[in-house]
Write a protein that binds this ligand. Structure first.
Ligand SMILES: *[C@@H]1O[C@H](CO)[C@@H](O)[C@H](O)[C@H]1NC(C)=O
Ligand SMILES: *[C@@H]1O[C@H](CO)[C@@H](O)[C@H](O)[C@H]1NC(C)=O
Ligand SMILES: *[C@@H]1O[C@H](CO)[C@@H](O)[C@H](O)[C@H]1NC(C)=O
Ligand SMILES: *[C@@H]1O[C@H](CO)[C@@H](O)[C@H](O)[C@H]1NC(C)=O
Ligand SMILES: *[C@@H]1O[C@H](CO)[C@@H](O)[C@H](O)[C@H]1NC(C)=O
Ligand SMILES: [Zn+2]
Length: 316
C-alpha cells in the first residue's frame, strides 16, 4: 500500500515538478523523492544527537566466539573492548551539503530532473547507516527504527526504477587527498590488475556492456574517475586513468550500502561509493566541485546507461 501510494506520488510529481520530502520517525532520516534513475545516499553527514540514544563507542568482545557483540550492556562472558571492537564514529562533514548542491546542479543540467536523496540526520556515534543493523544501532530501539527507515527509503527509491545508479556519498581525511571511488573491489585486486567488474557493485551495468572490458569501466575511458578528472585534473580520482589502482595509498573500496544495495549479488541497480577528501567538501571549493561532479556524473550516465535502449532510464 505504502509503495503504491509512493508510486502515485512520483507520477504526480513528474507532472507538477514540485518535490516531496518524507521524514522517518523523529525526523532522524529524510527522503527527498526524485524523478530520475539516480539515488544519492548520505549515511554519515548527520548532526542530531538525541540524549536518549547512548553514544556508540566500542562493543563487547566475546572470547568464546572470537566476535564482537554490539550492545551497551555486555552479556556475561563478554567485556567492552576498545581495541578489538571499537566502532567508527567520525561524521563525514558537509556531505549533506555536497549531495544537495550536486542534486541542484544535476537539476540544472538536465532541465528538471532531480535525483532521489536519502539522508541520515543522526550523528554517526548515535547510528551508523552504513553498517549492519547490530553494529549500526547497538540494539537501541530508536536507533534501530532510524536504520530501518533509512534502508526502507533506499528500497522504496529503488522500487520506482527498472535500473539505475546509487551514489553513496562519504568524506575521508586520507593524506593522498584524492577522490576514492568504491566498487567493492579490494585494493589488492585493483593493484594486481586482475579483477572483474562482474564481481563489483556495478555488475549489472557490466552485464549490459558485454564488449566493454572491466578496466575501461573501472579505471579507463568509460569510468566515473575519467569523467571527474576530465572536468579538472586537480580532482584526482582512484581508480581512474591517472591512478588505475591505489598502490600503497589509502583507499576505501565500499561499505554496507554499496555492497547490499548495489548490483554485486543481484538486481539491476548499481552503486558506487564516493569518498571525498576534505578540500572538495570545504566551503571554498564545494560549489565549483559540485558543478564539475554533476557534469561528470551525467556524462558517465549518458555514455554508459543511455546506451541501454532496453530500459526507460530517466533522463536519456
Ligand atoms: C519533523 O519536521 C517537520 C518539518 O520540519 C516538523 O513539522 C515536525 O514537527 C517534525 N517532527 C518531529 C517529530 O520532530
Ligand atoms: C543554472 O544554469 C544557468 C545557465 O545554464 C545558470 O545561469 C544558473 O546560475 C545555474 N543555476 C545554478 C543554481 O547553478
Ligand atoms: C581512450 O580514449 C583516448 C582518446 O579518445 C584514446 O586515445 C585511447 O586510446 C583510449 N584508450 C583506451 C584504452 O581505449
Ligand atoms: C581546477 O581546479 C582548481 C581548484 O579549484 C583551480 O584552482 C583551477 O583553476 C582549476 N583549473 C581549471 C583549468 O579550471
Ligand atoms: C608510496 O609509493 C610512492 C611511490 O611509489 C612513494 O613516493 C610514497 O612515499 C609511498 N607512500 C607510502 C606511504 O609508503
Ligand atoms: Zn563515511
Amino acid at each position: 500500500m505504502y509503495l503504491f501510494l509512493l508510486s502515485i506520488l512520483s507520477l504526480l510529481l513528474k507532472v507538477s515538478g514540485t518535490k516531496e520530502t518524507i521524514f522517518g520517525h523523529n525526523n532522524f532520516t529524510e527522503y527527498q523523492v526524485g524523478n530520475m534513475n539516480l539515488i544519492l545516499s548520505v549515511p554519515h553527514g548527520g548532526s542530531m544527537e538525541p540524549k536518549d540514544i547512548p553514544d556508540r563507542e566500542a562493543a563487547c568482545w566475546d572470547a568464546k566466539t572470537s566476535s564482537c557483540i554490539f550492545s551497551h550492556d555486555c552479556p556475561p562472558g563478554s567485556i567492552q573492548n576498545y581495541k578489538k571492537c571499537k566502532v567508527s564514529t567520525n561524521q563525514d562533514r558537509y556531505t549533506i551539503e555536497v549531495a544537495q548542491a550536486l542534486a541542484e546542479e544535476i537539476n540544472n543540467i538536465t532541465n528538471g530532473f532531480f535525483p532521489h536523496i536519502i539522508i541520515n540526520h543522526l550523528q554517526r556515534f548515535k547510528m551508523d547507516a552504513n553498517r549492519e543493523k547490530e553494529e549500526a544501532s547497538f540494539g537501541i530501539p530508536q536507533a534501530e527504527q532510524a536504520w530501518e527507515d533509512y534502508m526502507g527509503f533506499l528500497t522504496t527509491a529503488k522500487s520506482q526504477m527498472s535500473g539505475g545508479l546509487i551514489l553513496d556519498i562519504h568524506g575521508q581525511a586520507h593524506p593522498e587527498k584524492w577522490i576514492e571511488l568504491g566498487y567493492t573491489l579490494s585494493k589488492t585486486s585493483l593493484n594486481s590488475g586482475v579483477f572483474s567488474v562482474s564481481c563489483s557493485s556495478i555488475r549489472h551495468l557490466a552485464s549490459q556492456l558485454v564488449n566493454v572490458p572491466s578496466e575501461t569501466l573501472i579505471s579507463g575511458n568509460r569510468s566515473l574517475g575519467k569523467y571527474i578528472e576530465e572536468q579538472n585534473n586537480s580532482y584526482v580520482c582512484v581508480p581512474s586513468p591517472s591512478n588505475p589502482s591505489p598502490n600503497n595509498g589509502s583507499y576505501y573500496s565500499g561499505g554496507y550500502i554499496t555492497k547490499t544495495f548495489g548490483s554485486r549479488s543481484s538486481g539491476t541497480i548499481d552503486a558506487i561509493q564516493l569518498e571525498l577528501p576534505q578540500w572538495v567538501r570545504a566551503a571554498e571549493e564545494r560549489s565549483r566541485f559540485c558543478k564539475a561532479l554533476a557534469r561528470a556524473v551525467m556524462k558517465f550516465w549518458q555514455t554508459n546507461y543511455c546506451s541501454q535502449y532496453k530500459y526507460e532510464f530517466l533522463p536519456c
